[in-house]
Write a protein that binds this ligand. Structure first.
Ligand SMILES: [Zn+2]
Length: 274
């Protein structure tokens, strides 16, 4: 090898070594960037999963607030079973059969609790109603049962009377029955057939101005009763605002329905989804 050849070989080796060094540096740089990118990506993922877990925590808080039932005591006033329920649905779409016989389950309300002519009520509901009336009396509030159980024929008579009343008001004859049905349930579709509901003191809007109404707003649920027809829910129940009509559903069920601001139709749908 000549001197010139040796010199060329040294230069080639230097070039080769510096190319290797550049490639190595580039590879190291790439690795550093790649590691950084992976790490920052991971952080982002963590951050977003934190956010979503916070969101899902919030969502589960909200839904559990709506769905989970608070724990209510199992015993109501006078040792009444607070978990006992009567959720039978009777309305325009869910009539009782014409030959529905409820008589076997009825009891007669003692006269001292009544200010009307009808006297029968579901025998299992009466202890709750009696306890409620006596509690009202103890508070100096003169609560009386006006209209409890009605037979099909009683309801038929009341409905026909209401149709005549609508016609007298000038409602066309072909619309009078529909109009009457928002005030008095068609025979077979009244809750009064079940023995689970009663009107108190008077079937009149004036009831809402009385101390009896104010007392019921505060205490009816403690005895298992709900104001069944609120004007706010008329589209669902199909019945006008009736401040005087109370329906037994059960103490804890009544408290739940009030807490959720649900009428019976809504509450049954809600229970079905549970
Ligand atoms: Zn009623």
């Amino acid at each position: 090898m000549t001197k010139a050849q040796r010199h060329k070989a040294i230069i080639r080796r230097r070039i080769f070594l510096s190319v290797c060094a550049v490639i190595l540096a580039a590879v190291i740089l790439l690795i550093v960037f790649a590691v950084k990118a992976v790490m920052s990506g991971g952080e982002k993922d963590n951050a977003s999963s934190d956010v979503s877990s916070i969101q899902s925590d919030n969502m589960s808080d909200v839904s559990s607030e709506q769905t989970s039932t608070p724990s209510y005591p199992a015993t109501g006033p006078n040792g009444l079973d607070a978990n006992y329920t009567k959720l039978l649905l009777v309305n325009g779409e869910n009539p009782l059969p014409e030959d529905y016989d409820y008589e076997g389950n009825l009891t007669t309300i003692p006269d001292k609790y009544i200010n009307g002519s009808l006297k029968q009520i579901d025998k299992d509901v009466w202890p709750y109603m009696q306890a409620m009336i006596e509690a009202a009396w103890a508070d100096g509030v003169k609560l009386y049962v006006w209209s409890p159980y009605r037979s099909y024929s009683t309801q038929n008579m009341l409905f026909k009377k209401q149709v005549d009343c609508q016609i007298a008001k000038g409602v066309p004859a072909d619309k009078a029955e529909d109009e009457a049905a928002t005030v008095v349930a068609r025979p077979g579709t009244s809750e009064h057939h079940t023995g689970l509901a009663a009107d108190f003191n008077m079937a009149d809007d004036k009831f809402e101005t009385t101390e009896m109404y104010r007392w019921m707003q505060e205490h009816a649920a403690d005895y298992g009763f709900i104001m069944r027809y609120s004007g706010e829910k008329q589209e669902i129940t199909g019945v006008i605002h009736e401040s005087w009509h109370y329906r037994f559903v059960g103490i804890n069920a009544a408290k739940e329905m009030n807490r959720l601001n649900m009428c019976l139709e809504e509450y049954l749908e809600y229970l079905n989804k549970q």
